[in-house]
Design a protein around this ligand. Structure first.
Ligand code: HEC
Ligand code: HEC
Ligand code: HEC
Length: 122
């Protein structure tokens, strides 16, 4: 009995440790391949978005690849078409963990286009 408890402790400890330090649970969405390398995007997505916004708003040049709509087409959950609806939704999962607050979706749709075209989203 003692031996079993010891064995369980050895087996479970590394699992608990991995769970505690691993990245938050994220619903990646549709899948495919990101517009840039994943590791790089993890660190730089905010700059990509800010740059894209400046290009569109100040210079009037629009490139679909880095548009916010394009991100949402892929990253909205396949369950509810949203990037913000649940705790593991793509655009909120990491931010909650890091205490980052973004206001983007007060103006921009948080839903995949096909969803708001059907009138199910905003
Ligand atoms: C064609 C689909 C697609 C598009 C468009 C896309 N992504 Fe991605 N993105 C992915 C996939 C799939 C992954 C996960 C890759 C992996 O886990 O290896 C990913 C990963 C990421 C990550 C890192 C997630 C993590 O687990 O660390 C961030 C951040 C990100 N994307 C942001 C964006 C932003 C911002 C945009 C728009 C500028 C965007 N993506 C556009 C498919 C896409
Ligand atoms: C007060 C409303 C408002 C807020 C808040 C806001 N935006 Fe925008 N954003 C706009 C408007 C209006 C445009 C220009 C619309 C267009 O031409 O597509 C725009 C354009 C953009 C574009 C370029 C167009 C596109 O679809 O790629 C990006 C990228 C963008 N915003 C990202 C963001 C991000 C990221 C945030 C949050 C940090 C944010 N915005 C917050 C109103 C807002
Ligand atoms: C893999 C985790 C992760 C995912 C997924 C993610 N973010 Fe972030 N985001 C972060 C982190 C971490 C920061 C803070 C970085 C810092 O403080 O330098 C951040 C910061 C930002 C900022 C800048 C906030 C500020 O105050 O300057 C914006 C804008 C942003 N993210 C937008 C998005 C959008 C839109 C999505 C969904 C398409 C998204 N993020 C998905 C981790 C993530």
């Amino acid at each position: 009995m003692k031996r079993l408890a010891f064995l369980l402790l050895c087996l479970c400890f590394p699992l608990a440790w991995a769970g505690g330090t691993a990245a938050p649970k994220i619903d990646i969405g549709k899948g495919g391949q990101c517009v840039e390398e994943t590791q790089w995007m993890r660190k730089n997505h905010m700059n990509v978005l800010k740059h894209q916004r400046d290009e569109v708003v100040h210079k009037g040049t629009r490139e679909e690849k880095h548009s916010l709509k394009n991100c949402i087409e892929c990253h909205a959950s396949t369950k509810d078409n949203s990037v913000t609806a649940r705790a593991d939704s793509f655009c909120v999962a990491c931010h909650a963990n890091q205490a980052v607050k973004i206001d983007c979706f007060e103006c921009h749709s948080n839903k995949r286009k096909s969803a708001w075209m059907q009138g199910t989203g905003k």
